[in-house]
Design a protein around this ligand. Structure first.
Ligand code: ADP
Ligand code: ZN
Length: 536
């Protein structure tokens, strides 16, 4: 693209208003394109500098007499931060949201209608009210509606990890103000979500600016879940004593328990979840932002829009529901570019829980199918014995080479051939089903394979099965690994609606026939644990 005549002016804004000497990555191309009135879809990782991509064009266009840029943003906290920072930089910015009283709202609206405000932030539900839309009409007629910036654009997609129905109504912007340029921005979107954003926000003719999603300073580690709280404690004590971090858990109860355990161990841990008083949540958030060494233990409700550059680690005690969620949450670590850790403990129970949430959701079958596919992609990332980053980036459509900064690159795991174990496991599930007419859960199936005599085995006569004891050479940990791997490749499923029983799938056949090799990471258990499980 030829550099537009306004490019020195844009660099000047970068320098004089924001105090930066150079544009980063695609920023310059984006800023030039958008200032000239082009539509854009911007994909840039967290910390990449998305805000300037619309703030600089907004300022340049306001100076050219084009009036107000409306920024759609989903979070009040984020709006406040951004507007505060813009004020400090001497930019006329304002927000419209529920924290303003009537008089303040009217004041902002009046100034907007006069075209004085450069950047007006508003939540999507506000932007699409009849009242606000008719004000935009008025502004547009006066030629003072400069452009729209839609932040966190993945919220428009039900395939994304943070669907917000109110984003759907934003189609009205294009329908009513077709000539007003639009820039949509997001930090996470896989191919499906991306296509959905384009369709929903009618950005078919927008130029797409896709930055690399790589966050080289983040070291990815995924460990097998044994005693997760203790594992977490060890990780923090060993690698992050006195550091700020975020620990994500699935439930409020687990948040509370984990925070308590960390506190008992002398770590400044604070809980954060929707069940806490707003005032308490605010207090904990403020402490986290202000202090250097607070660990927040939270449900996923925490983090979006919280801009703390020196978060040294993000830990997951429970698995998120897909790679986009995992990437977004781990992306909150190391925004300052310094070394940071993304650490996750993951186990069979996570798979079962996530499946159940999908199965039990009121969504349609097609939707559930997509969600299962996304979950499977995350499972195979967790099960991988090769470079995590290569897999993560590949999921977002990027090709890369082994990174040297993930657990698998730093400590290549021992891999063992689990094909034989997988076949024995699947044929046991098949035999049991044939024999008893019902399916059983993981524990029982493993007992049969390993030839244990339990009450349940006696009760069902399962010691008579031809597969009884055929897997006695495998430890329970190994068999659990095999099951997780089989689930990850779709050769086994867990029926959450029937007591988490194991079910064969279409994909089981190829494994049974020996057409698929099942490679597993050797469980990195301690020698004592290995001895113990051999004795069992
Ligand atoms: P994002 O919204 O993509 O997560 P931000 O817009 O918040 O990222 O920017 C991340 C940080 O990088 C901010 O502190 C911002 O001021 C800084 N930044 C953005 N662009 C530049 C630049 N060109 N030079 C230096 N710092 C920049
Ligand atoms: Zn790697």
């Amino acid at each position: 693209m030829p550099s537009s005549p306004s490019s020195p002016a844009l660099s000047q804004i970068l320098r004089e208003t924001f105090g930066y000497t150079e544009f980063r990555g695609h920023q310059q191309a984006i800023v030039e394109h958008v200032t000239a009135g082009g539509d854009a879809l911007v994909l840039m990782p967290t910390g990449g500098g998305k805000s300037l991509c619309y703030q600089i064009p907004a300022i340049a266009r306001q100076r050219a007499g084009r009036g107000v840029t409306v920024v759609v943003s989903p979070l009040i906290a984020l709006m406040h931060d951004q507007v505060g920072a813009l004020h400090e930089a001497g930019v006329d910015a304002a927000y419209l949201n529920s924290t303003l009283d009537w008089a303040e709202t009217q004041d902002v609206e009046r100034r907007m209608l006069r075209g004085e405000i450069t950047l007006l932030y508003a939540a999507p539900e506000r932007v699409t009210t009849p009242r606000f839309l008719s004000q935009l009409d008025e502004l547009h007629q006066r030629g003072k509606l400069s452009m729209f910036a839609i932040d966190e654009a993945h919220c428009v997609s039900q395939w994304g990890h943070d669907f917000r129905p109110e984003y759907r109504a934003l189609t009205v912007l294009h329908e009513r103000f077709a000539s007003v340029p639009r820039i949509a921005l997001t930090a996470t979107a896989d191919a499906l979500t991306r296509a959905d954003i384009v369709e929903r926000l009618q950005l078919e003719s927008a130029q797409q600016f896709v930055s690399s999603f790589d966050r080289p300073n983040i070291r990815y580690t995924i460990v097998e879940k044994k005693d997760p709280t203790t594992q977490l404690l060890r990780f923090i004590e060993r690698e992050h004593e006195g550091d700020a971090g975020v620990v994500y858990c699935q439930s409020r109860k687990r948040v509370e328990e984990t925070a308590q355990t960390l506190r008992d161990a002398g770590i400044e841990a604070l809980p954060y979840h929707a069940g806490l008083d707003a005032a308490v949540r605010q207090k904990h958030q403020d402490r986290f932002l202000r202090d250097e060494s607070v660990v927040v233990v939270a449900t996923i409700a925490f983090g979006m829009g919280i801009d703390k550059p020196d978060v040294r680690f993000v830990a997951h005690l429970d698995m998120p529901k897909n790679i986009e969620g995992y990437y977004q949450e781990t992306g909150r670590a190391g925004r300052d570019g310094e070394a940071a850790d993304a650490w996750m403990a993951y186990g069979l129970q996570d798979v079962v829980n996530q499946r159940r949430m999908i199965d039990e959701s009121p969504a349609g079958e097609d939707f559930k199918q997509v969600m299962r596919g996304k979950l499977d992609a995350l499972l195979s990332l967790a099960e991988a014995s090769d470079c995590r980053r290569v897999r993560l980036l590949r999921y977002f459509g990027e090709h890369s080479t082994p990174c040297g900064n993930c657990d698998n690159c730093l400590n290549p795991p021992q891999v063992w051939d689990g094909t034989d174990a997988a076949r024995k496991l699947l044929s046991t599930i098949y035999r049991v089903q044939q024999h008893s007419g019902i399916s059983f859960g993981a524990g029982h199936v493993m007992d049969i394979l390993r030839g244990k005599t339990t009450e349940k085995i006696t009760q069902f006569g399962h010691a008579r099965l031809s597969t009884f004891g055929i897997g006695s050479e495998f430890s329970e940990a190994q068999l659990r690994g095999v099951m997780r791997q089989l689930i990850a490749i779709g050769a086994l499923s867990v029926d959450a609606q029937a007591f988490n029983t194991l079910q064969l799938t279409e994909g089981s056949r190829a494994v049974l026939k020996g057409e698929v090799q099942v490679l597993l990471r050797e469980s990195v258990s301690s020698p004592a644990e290995r001895k113990k499980s051999r004795r069992e």
